[in-house]
Ligand binder design. Structure first.
Ligand code: THU
Length: 139
């Protein structure tokens, strides 16, 4: 995987992800994840994982952030930071697919702590990603 240098903007996004993880509702896994998604509107949409007694109802931090953004009118994204309170977190397969819908070239920042960040792209994490070219979907 290509290694990219992280920027000050990446670091700021990472800090917001770490902070968002504190709001996680994770009584079943005790794995608290936070995400911060930078929209092309300049806004940062944060999210945490929200678990459910019916386990399949759980939503990951990344999708929480994406759903918040889309519901606020932002459908295009530049970068996403994701982390957990217990170490590094990497977007799960469902989240990779979910984000690919809106931003195949999304910059993704991961890491356990701010002294050691990894930067990659969604295309690298989801090679050959699937997306229907639906009319109006990519506005
Ligand atoms: N989780 C996330 O929120 N994001 C990820 O990238 C990996 C998994 C959550 C879902 C669940 O609440 C917990 O971590 C354990 O899978």
């Amino acid at each position: 995987m290509a290694e990219r240098k992280f920027t000050e903007k990446d670091l700021q996004l990472f800090r917001l992800a770490k902070k968002a993880a504190e709001n996680a509702y994770a009584p079943f896994s005790d794995y608290k994840v936070g995400a911060a998604l930078l929209g092309t509107d300049g806004q940062v949409y944060t999210g945490c994982n929200v678990e459910n007694s019916s386990y399949g109802g759980t939503i990951c931090a990344e999708r929480t952030a994406a759903v918040k953004a889309v519901s606020e009118g932002c459908k295009t994204f530049e970068a996403l930071a994701v982390t957990s309170l217990s170490g590094e977190a990497s977007p799960c397969g469902i989240c990779r697919q979910f984000l690919y819908e809106f931003a195949p070239d999304l910059r993704i920042i991961t890491g356990a702590g701010e002294e050691n960040l990894n930067v990659t792209t969604l295309r690298e994490l989801l090679p050959g990603g699937f997306r229907l070219e639906a009319e109006g979907a990519k506005e």
